[in-house]
Design a protein. Sequence first.
Length: 117
Amino acid sequence: MHINDFWVAIPIGLLIGVLGRLVLPGKQAIGVFVTFLIGVGAALLGTLVAELVNLDDKAVVKVWKIQWSWWELAIQVFFAAVGIGLANMLTYTKLASGAPRPRKRTTRKRRTKPAED
């Protein structure tokens, strides 16, 4: 992994994060900044895994001076979807949302109206 891969992962991370959100069904409870961070992490991790498995040179597409591998992109989107799913699970719990614990119900004595004469 070269230093250029880190610099490219930052803007590509936003795209990877958005693609990861699109893969998951339903509404996610995490914000745009967390999606961006997860996308950058997924882009870096996906690039590293693709290089370790030697898939970074397979199915390469070149457009002008930009090139990418479909396998590497698929791995990055997979990691982004997993990361966004985990972040969504962690933020959806009652503990993380700050919801108060339900109080125990107590039985109250009912007031009776005074008898009218």
